[in-house]
Design a protein around this ligand. Structure first.
Ligand SMILES: Cc1ncc(COP(=O)(O)O)c(C=O)c1O
Length: 380
């Protein structure tokens, strides 16, 4: 009989809600994927063919640690052009999405008891690796101005880590104010704590401020092409300060990531005009869907919205009834969302739900919210 005590690994509420959505949800408020109509399928198809004809079997060989040099150079150009971030290509480490980047950073930087400050609530999927590694996670209640820099932040010390989604926050849709950004960066530089910035959504937005990394090169910046080109490509990256980049690159030897083929495909897409074309359709589009959502919530579920979302995909609401229980009847009615209790550090607020406008068609949003409000009434 094998007797092994395994560490606890939980299913994430995002994974569970995405599974039921994949079975077909007419009103899909759960998925964090980009709008299927905006994924550049024909460009990807062309890029696959070009890459295979040009590179042949070497497109299917093992990747080297750190990522392909040509992709890192293009990623550096992309960061400068679309996000106002100046980063030498050598400081860019390619990863299998932002999620892999967070996991690698956690393995390198977090030991048992390391204090990690996060917005409360925050994205559950990134919280999980911090906890798995033994971090002491400290939630700073978020406001419409993002992570506040008051009393709590004064206690952050050398060796601590701040993990933040300053723009188009997941799950609240808020952006950190200019004052909070400045104070946080100055405090980190003065006291020597680390800031990890997770930034999947700024590039999609018309209104979001520039990333923290545009203000300070000491920020550890995590980016991704998931929301622009498709999450199934699994291409993200870290912009790492000098002291970190060598170790991060070498740590990638442990998992032989990231797929050579998809690195070459994304390289091809970045070199052509795909990104600028996709962005000309995307920028403003998601903000438009978010506005429809907010208006529908105001009309059919007044006072349910907890924060004012300005960009990205998400809004956080309170349903007034248990979110997991309601989800069962919602799924039967063709509607999904993510129960958000576990996005809160202490798991309070069992009636919290994350609504996403990523994949849902704009014309279905209002009807979906009307249906959700009726489902709640049916439970009461
Ligand atoms: C804040 C945040 N971080 C990380 C990720 C994961 O992105 P990727 O697909 O690049 O792993 C997401 C995806 O929803 C996200 O919202």
């Amino acid at each position: 009989m094998v007797k092994v005590k395994l560490p606890r690994v939980d299913w994430s509420p995002v994974e569970l809600a995405s599974r039921v959505s994949r079975r077909g949800a007419f009103y899909n408020f759960a998925s964090g994927s980009p709008d299927p109509g905006l994924i550049p399928i024909s460009d990807v198809k062309e890029a696959v063919e070009d890459v295979l004809s040009e590179y042949g079997s070497s497109a299917l060989s093992y990747p080297g640690a750190g990522g392909l040099r040509e992709l890192r150079i293009e990623a550096s150009r992309y960061l400068r052009e679309y996000l106002g971030v100046n980063a030498d290509w050598r400081s860019i480490i390619i990863t299998s999405g932002a999620q892999h980047a967070i996991k690698l950073l956690t393995q390198l930087l977090v030991r048992k008891g390391t204090r990690v400050y996060v917005e409360d609530p925050t994205f559950y999927e990134t919280l999980a690796p911090f906890r798995f590694q033994g971090a002491k996670v400290i939630g700073v209640p978020i406001t419409d101005d993002g992570m506040p820099t008051g009393e709590v932040v004064k206690g952050i010390k050398e060796g601590d880590i701040v993990y933040t989604i300053p723009n188009c926050h997941n799950p609240t849709g808020t952006c950190m104010s200019e004052d909070n950004r400045r104070i946080l960066i100055e405090a980190a530089e003065e006291r020597g704590f680390l800031i990890i910035e997770d930034d999947p959504y700024t590039v999609l937005s018309l209104n979001a401020p520039r990333p923290l990394r545009a203000m300070s090169s000491s920020i550890i910046y995590v980016g991704t092409f998931s929301k622009l080109l498709g999450p199934g490509l699994r291409i993200g990256f870290v912009v790492a300060p000098n002291w970190l980049r060598g170790s991060l690159e070498r740590l990638e030897q442990h998992d032989f990531s990231t797929s050579t083929l998809t690195q070459l495909i994304v390289h091809r897409l970045l070199k052509g005009n795909t990104v600028s074309r996709v962005l000309s359709r995307v920028r403003g589009f998601y903000e438009g869907k978010l506005r429809i959502l907010v208006n529908a919530l105001d009309e059919y579920m007044p006072n349910s919205l907890q924060f004012k979302p300005t960009c990205g995909f998400y809004a956080l609401i309170r349903l007034g009834v248990d979110a997991e229980r309601l989800l069962r009847s919602a799924v039967k009615a063709g509607l999904t969302y993510v129960p958000a209790r576990r996005f809160f550090i202490n798991g309070n607020f069992p009636d919290a739900a994350r609504l996403s406008i990523g994949v849902i068609k704009p014309e279905r949003i209002e009807d979906g919210i009307k249906l959700l409000s009726n489902l709640i009434k049916g439970m009461g």
